[in-house]
Design a protein around this ligand. Structure first.
Ligand code: MUC
Ligand code: MG
Length: 403
């Protein structure tokens, strides 16, 4: 009987030869204030993965405020990659993405952000060795551009209004997401209403409460926010509080759309939310889902359950943002745009040319891999190991002072 090798060698299946990861620290253009504190820099983990033919791909996982947004931090991501995920993949065939994910799952439970950075670099490397844009490996492109939101989170209404007006004038953004939940709800409502009045119908407004409210607070304070002009409400309650999210969707969902963020990570989370009819939109983020392929799985549950999608961000550089743009470009029409504005919030970037923003839309990149070219000199410049920075991520002082 003829012997069949388990994996037939194909150009995309060169073995994985080397995986390196580093933390880079890049300041933000202004303090970015969220319910849990203020950040003044981003510290993404950048992964570089080489196949045996020399092709090299890049991946990224960014957290917000170290382990403040969810459990993983840049340091835990780096540790998981160096000690568990990279050893599990070395020597494995590059193009077998599902098998690579399964090996990473065996080597390491959870750690979705860490896995996403490795998988992102793997798909980039394989796409590059095949000379294809990544979207072609992810099901094919359905969008060439997507409406691009900007987050107003300076904490100061006058500054937020100035920022929004400039971006409207530049024809860059007309969807604005306001971060609330750090102050008393009445103050948040006044802040949002002031901005809504100033923008007077020129923009669409979203609020992101980042889990800060309990169900009763949300039920009490969301109606005045909706009356002020907010049309999309993101993660008003704790990630575990699916019952409250379902109650809000049932009672207020005809006046504004409710979007799940922290509460929808795995495909199983997506199923639970769909069954509970707890959200009308899912914010999709490559990192929290554990990679591009699992983003497609969560998006598939959304589509099957008549739930819309939104292209979320963890404020990545242009590497992670372009990878997300590729997967979002393959999704269906029931969307609320995207917020891949991370590069604009950072003082500098780690690629040659950034993705273009034109007529309020992000132009989804083409070209091999994710269509952006990593700049090694910039990666070296911001490398934490070289700069000797510590691991402080979030200014909790402001929050503590308000408690
Ligand atoms: C989040 O929770 O959505 C996305 C945009 C932004 O300003 O913060 C993030 C995190
Ligand atoms: Mg959010």
């Amino acid at each position: 009987m003829q012997h069949h090798p388990r994996f037939l060698p194909t150009p995309g299946s060169w073995p994985i030869e080397r995986i390196e990861a580093r933390i880079i620290d890049i300041p933000t253009v202004r303090p970015h204030k969220l319910a849990f504190g203020a950040i003044s820099r981003q510290s993404p983990v950048i992964v570089q993965l080489w196949l045996a033919d020399g092709a090299c791909g890049f991946g990224e996982a960014a957290t917000i405020g170290g382990p403040s947004w969810n459990e993983e931090s840049p340091e835990s991501i780096l540790h998981a990659i160096q000690n568990h995920l990279a050893p599990a993949l070395l020597g494995q065939p590059g193009g077998h993405f599902g098998a690579a994910l399964a090996r990473m799952d065996l080597a390491c439970r959870g750690n979705a952000f860490a896995k996403s950075a490795v998988e992102m670099a793997l798909i980039d490397a394989v796409a590059r060795t095949l000379g294809l844009p990544a979207w072609q490996l992810l099901g094919g492109r359905r969008h060439n551009s997507l409406p691009l939101a900007w987050t107003l989170a300076s904490g100061d209404a006058a500054r937020d209004i100035e920022e929004a007006q400039l971006r409207l004038q530049q024809r860059r953004h007309r969807i604005f997401k306001l971060k609330i939940g750090a102050r008393a709800p009445a103050q948040d409502v006044a802040h949002v209403a002031q901005i809504a009045r100033a923008l007077d119908g020129q923009a669409t407004l979203t609020v992101d409460v980042n889990q800060a409210w309990d169900g009763a607070t949300a039920r009490r304070w969301l109606p005045p926010l909706i009356a002020a002009g907010v049309t999309l409400i993101e993660q008003p309650v704790a990630k575990w509080n699916v019952e409250a999210l379902a109650m809000l969707t049932a009672t207020l969902g005809d006046r504004a759309a409710f979007m799940a963020d922290e509460t929808v990570c795995t495909p199983q989370d997506a199923m639970r939310l769909a069954r509970a009819q707890a959200a009308q939109v899912f914010s999709l983020k490559v990192a929290k889902h554990g990679g591009l392929l699992r983003t497609l799985q969560v998006a598939a549950v959304a589509e099957a359950a008549d739930i819309g999608w939104y292209g979320g961000t963890m404020l990545e550089t242009s590497i992670g943002s372009a990878a997300a743009a590729h997967v979002f470009s393959t999704l269906g029409p029931q969307h609320h745009g995207c917020e891949l504005f991370g590069p604009q919030l950072l003082v500098d970037d780690v690629v040659g040319a950034r993705m273009e923003i034109r007529d309020f839309e992000l132009q989804l990149p083409d070209g091999p891999g994710y269509g952006v070219e990593a700049d090694i000199a910039q990666l070296t410049r911001f490398d934490r190991a070289r700069a000797g920075l510590n691991a402080t991520h979030v200014d909790l002082g402001r929050r503590a002072a308000m408690a």
